[in-house]
Design a protein around this ligand. Structure first.
Ligand code: ADP
Ligand code: MG
Length: 566
C-alpha cells in the first residue's frame, strides 16, 4: 500500500466521540441519515464544480447514492458518485473531529443527555455518527477529475488513531463501509435500511438506490435466480419544488436537519413560491436552538442558494440581513444565471428586492407566531431575541415591525423574563404619560434596584428594565415607538410634569426653597467633579444619586466603550 500513515486524534476528539456514541445511542439509526446527507452534499458540490468544467463528470452525470449490505460480512456500505475527496481533504475533513472551539464546547455540556445530544449534533459530528453502530469504518474515495491512482483509503476503529493510504479507485466519489458492532447487525437488513431511508432521507433530491429484494427460492427450485435489479427508494425530487400541501411536517423537519446540520427540530418554517417579475421559491426555517457561535458575526449564515435546482452556494448572505442570521433555508431562483457569484449578487438590484421580500417573510412569520403561538414565540425570543435587537439599527425600513416583536423585562412583572411587548407597555401607560421609560444597567438586579426607579414605582409608572449588552445600542437606534419617545430614567432632568398631582407640585416647590442653600454649598464642594447639583423628586428612599446628562452616553454604553478600549 502506498504511503500508508497512521495519525492520532486530539484528546478532545476522543472524548467527543465517546460522548456522541453514548448520547445518540437511543436514536442510532440516524447514522444513515448523516451519511446519505453527506453523499447528497457531495453530489451538489460536484454539480456546481461541473458548471465550470463538465469533464469532472467523467462521462457519468447521473448522480446517485447507493446503499448496500452484506449479512455475512456484517457490513453496510453507502456509496456516491459525487465530488469525492483528495488525500489532503480526507485528512482535513475526517481527521479532525474536533474543530475549533471543542474545549469550550465540551465545557458547555451539562450531563443532561437530551441537551447534550442536541449540542453534539450542532457541533457537526455527522460523519462520526457511523461509530454509533460500527466498530470499524473504512472510506474509499477519489476526487472528481483526479486519476484512478489517486484514490484514498481511510480506516478508523473509533479509538485514538486512523490510517490513510493512497489506493487505486476507478470510479469517482466516495464509499463508506461500516463494519457493524456485534450487537448492531440488525442494520445489515434490506427492509430495515429501506425504512430508515424512507423515514429520514426521502427528501434527498437525487435517487437513493438499493438492490431489489429477491423472493426466497422455492424448495426444490434450482433455476437461475433472476439478475439483481436496482430500485429507487426515495421520492428523489427537491423538496422545495413540491407543493406545500404534498409535503408532510416530518418531511419538512428532516429536510431542515439535512440543510442545517442541526439534530434538533425546527421551530417554524415558511415555504413560498413567488412568480411575477422575479421567479423564485423560498423555504425558510427558524431553528429551535441558537447555534453556539451565533454571536460570531463572521460565522456562517443559513441560506443556501440554488438556481433551477442546481446548488450554487452555502451561506448566501445577500438574501437576509445580519440580524436574521439565525434563519436557515433554501432559495431557488429561476432568473439568476448558473454562473452567479457573490460579487454579482452584491451588485444585482433584483437581489435587493428578493432580500426585502424574504426579510418581510421572516418578520411576518415571527409576527404570526407571536400572536398565535405565544409559547413558541417565548422560546424563540429566549434563543434569538438578542440578535433580533440588532434589527432596528440595521434595518431602518422595518424598524416599527421589529419594534413590535421585541420583548422586555419591565417593572410591571419585576421578573427578569423578557416577555412584555412595547404594545403592552403603551396600553398600560398612565394618563398624561408621553414617554416610554427605561432603566439600563449591566445586569438585571442592578437595573431593577436602581434608585432612579423609586419615583416611578411610587407613581405606578412602568419602566423597561434593560440589562443586555445590546440594549443601549438598541435604544440609541429606536428613538420612539408609536410616536412615544424613549427616555432613560437616569438621564438629565426628569420631568414627570403632568403625572404629578397639584399637592405634589406644591410640596416640591416648598422643598426646593428650603433646600436652596444646601444645594449652593454642595455645588461649591463638588464643582470639580460634577456638572450640576439639582434637587430631585426622583428619589423616595435614597438621599442622593448620580445622573447622566441628557445628551451624554448612557452609563452602560460608556462601560462598553471602556471595555473596547475607547
Ligand atoms: P458536515 O456535513 O456538517 O460538514 P460531517 O461530519 O457530516 O460534517 O462531514 C465532514 C466533512 O467530510 C464534510 O463537510 C465533507 O467535506 C466531507 N465528507 C463527508 N462525507 C463525504 C462524501 N460522501 N463525499 C465527499 N465529502 C464528504
Ligand atoms: Mg454531514
Amino acid at each position: 500500500a502506498a504511503q500508508k500513515e497512521t495519525r492520532g486524534f486530539q484528546t478532545e476528539a476522543k472524548q467527543l466521540l465517546h460522548l456522541m456514541i453514548h448520547s445518540l445511542y437511543s436514536n442510532r439509526e440516524i447514522f444513515l441519515r448523516e451519511l446519505v446527507s453527506n453523499a447528497s452534499d457531495a453530489a451538489d458540490k460536484l454539480r456546481f464544480a461541473a458548471l465550470k468544467d463538465d469533464s469532472l463528470f467523467e462521462g457519468d452525470s447521473e448522480l446517485k447514492i447507493r446503499v448496500e449490505f452484506d449479512k455475512d460480512a456484517k457490513t453496510v456500505t453507502i456509496s456516491d458518485n459525487g465530488i469525492g475527496m483528495s488525500r489532503d481533504e480526507v485528512v482535513e475533513h475526517l481527521g479532525t473531529i474536533a474543530k475549533s472551539g471543542t474545549a469550550a464546547f465540551l465545557q458547555n455540556l451539562t450531563g443532561d443527555e437530551k441537551k447534550d445530544s442536541h449540542l453534539i449534533g450542532q457541533f457537526g459530528v455527522g460523519f462520526y455518527s457511523a461509530f454509533i453502530v460500527a466498530d470499524k469504518v473504512e472510506v474509499f474515495t477519489r476526487r472528481a477529475g483526479a486519476s484512478a491512482e489517486e484514490g484514498v483509503h481511510w480506516e478508523c476503529d473509533g479509538e485514538a488513531e486512523y490510517s490513510v493510504e493512497t489506493v487505486a479507485k476507478a470510479d469517482r466519489g466516495t464509499s463508506i463501509v461500516l463494519h457493524l458492532k456485534d450487537d448492531q447487525t440488525e442494520f445489515a437488513d434490506g427492509w430495515r435500511l429501506r425504512s430508515i431511508v424512507k423515514k429520514y432521507s426521502d427528501h434527498i433530491s437525487i435517487p437513493v438506490v438499493m438492490e431489489k429484494e429477491q423472493p426466497m427460492p422455492e424448495e426444490g427450485d434450482d433455476s437461475e435466480p433472476p439478475a439483481p435489479e436496482d430500485e429507487v427508494i426515495n421520492t428523489a425530487t427537491a423538496l422545495w419544488t413540491r407543493s406545500r400541501s404534498e409535503v408532510t411536517d416530518e418531511e419538512y423537519t428532516e429536510f431542515y436537519k439535512h440543510i442545517s446540520h442541526d439534530f434538533a427540530e425546527p421551530l417554524k418554517w415558511s415555504h413560498n413560491r413567488v412568480e411575477g417579475k422575479l421567479d423564485y421559491t423560498s423555504l425558510l426555517y427558524l431553528p429551535s436552538k441558537a447555534p453556539f457561535d451565533m454571536y460570531n458575526r463572521d460565522g456562517s449564515r443559513g441560506v443556501k442558494l440554488y438556481v433551477q435546482r442546481t446548488f450554487i452556494m452555502d451561506d448566501a448572505e445577500q438574501f437576509l440581513p445580519m440580524y436574521l442570521r439565525f434563519v436557515k433555508g433554501v432559495v431557488d431562483s429561476a432568473d439568476l444565471s448558473l454562473n452567479v457569484s457573490r460579487e454579482i449578487l452584491q451588485k444585482d438590484p433584483n437581489i435587493d428586492a428578493m432580500r426585502s421580500a424574504l426579510t418581510k417573510r421572516v418578520l411576518d412569520m415571527l409576527e404570526k407566531m407571536a400572536k398565535k403561538e405565544p409559547e413558541d414565540y417565548a422560546k424563540f425570543w429566549a434563543e434569538f431575541g438578542q440578535v433580533l435587537k440588532e434589527g432596528p439599527a440595521e434595518d431602518f425600513s422595518n424598524k416599527e415591525k421589529i419594534a413590535k416583536l421585541l420583548r422586555f423585562a419591565t417593572t410591571q412583572t419585576d421578573s427578569d423574563a423578557q416577555d412584555q411587548s412595547l404594545v403592552d407597555y403603551v396600553e398600560r401607560m398612565k394618563e398624561g404619560q408621553d414617554k416610554i421609560y427605561y432603566v439600563a444597567a449591566e445586569n438585571f438586579n442592578t437595573a431593577k434596584n436602581s434608585p432612579h426607579l423609586e419615583v416611578f414605582r411610587k407613581k405606578g409608572i412602568e419602566v423597561l428594565i434593560l440589562s443586555d449588552r445590546v440594549d443601549e445600542w438598541l435604544m440609541g437606534n429606536m428613538m420612539d415607538f408609536d410616536s412615544k419617545q424613549f427616555q432613560d430614567v437616569a438621564k438629565g432632568a426628569l420631568d414627570l410634569g403632568d403625572l404629578d398631582t397639584e399637592e405634589e407640585k406644591k410640596a416640591q416647590e416648598e422643598s426646593e426653597k428650603e433646600m436652596a442653600s444646601l444645594i449652593e454649598r454642595a455645588k461649591e464642594a463638588l464643582k470639580d467633579d460634577v456638572a450640576d447639583v439639582r434637587i430631585t423628586h426622583r428619589l423616595t428612599d435614597s438621599p442622593a444619586c448620580l445622573a447622566v446628562g441628557e445628551h451624554d452616553m448612557g452609563a452602560q454604553m460608556r462601560r462598553l466603550m471602556e471595555q473596547a478600549g475607547q
